[in-house]
Ligand binder design. Structure first.
Ligand SMILES: [Zn+2]
Length: 89
């Protein structure tokens, strides 16, 4: 029963966040790690708004888990890496 879809989670190569520390489950860097960032860009493509919504929800959850961390640095970490401005074709 294989129709080409991957089951969510559980893959070692997923670069999914681990909670409550919010480090990458695959490479151990602060999430989103460099690999995950490039995958998110590839996954969402031009749909930057949806990506911002997704990262915003991650940021909100991380802020709950990482209460000791300054909010500004969390914003920088989760959203600040996004390329700014509209991409011209
Ligand atoms: Zn990673």
């Amino acid at each position: 029963m294989s129709d080409g879809t991957e089951p969510p989670g559980g893959r070692a190569d997923d670069h999914a966040p681990t909670t409550p520390g919010w480090s990458c489950g695959s490479c151990g860097d602060e999430w989103p790690c460099a690999t995950k960032r490039s995958r998110l860009i590839a996954e969402y493509g031009d749909d930057r708004a949806m990506l911002s919504v997704y990262l915003g929800s991650c940021l909100a959850a991380a802020a709950e888990d990482l209460r000791a961390a300054p909010v500004m640095s969390l914003q920088d970490r989760f959203i600040g890496w996004l390329p700014r401005g509209a991409r011209r074709r």
